[in-house]
Design a protein around this ligand. Structure first.
Ligand code: HEC
Length: 149
């Protein structure tokens, strides 16, 4: 009985801790069903700031409103694609300050109480599906490097 309990706890512990490890988080920008559901989530939750066509808010590069930065684009003109799947996931789920582990006032909500993990993966998969092929390839390479190290 004890052995069963102990092995169960080990498996459970492993499961909890690996769920968000860097190797467990991957986007599915080639999966049409996931991308389609991600688009609905994007339109509902992200488009008001990041733009219906992923174009970001006008002046995002240099303008501040109330001392805060504007929402950057999620298309190839922004820097979303400079971040790995894992980083995009963590940043969207826990918010930018929690992600950076420092004070960084911004108005991007943390989505951990709004979207499930699968919904966050879906919305980011949709964003990735909108990048041109050469950017998606670069992003795949970035993920590969990150996961290998
Ligand atoms: C209320 C406005 C707002 C909403 C809604 C919003 N964001 Fe943001 N987001 C921002 C702002 C502003 C930034 C940039 C903050 C900064 O750098 O100071 C940002 C940054 C980001 C970044 C980092 C981009 C980069 O290049 O570093 C990601 C990824 C992101 N948002 C994803 C999302 C997703 C996915 C959603 C919807 C589920 C979403 N955001 C909804 C305002 C918003």
């Amino acid at each position: 009985m004890l052995i069963i309990l102990v092995s169960f706890s080990i498996v459970f512990y492993y499961f909890i801790n690996s769920e968000e490890s860097k190797n467990e988080i991957s986007l599915f920008s080639e999966n049409k069903t996931i991308v389609a559901s991600g688009k609905l989530i994007y339109d509902d939750q992200c488009a008001s700031c990041h733009g219906i066509n992923l174009q970001g808010q006008e002046g995002w590069q240099d303008k501040l409103v109330d001392g805060l930065r504007l929402a950057p684009p999620h298309n190839e003109e922004g820097h979303t694609w400079h971040h790995t799947d894992y980083h995009l996931f963590m940043l969207t789920k826990y918010g930018i300050e929690e992600f950076l582990k420092m004070d960084y006032p911004n108005n991007m909500p943390a989505y951990n109480n709004i979207l499930t993990n699968d919904q966050i993966i879906a919305v980011l998969s949709y964003i990735k599906s909108q990048w041109p092929n050469h950017i998606r390839i670069k992003h795949d390479q970035l993920n590969k490097l990150f996961k290998e190290n």
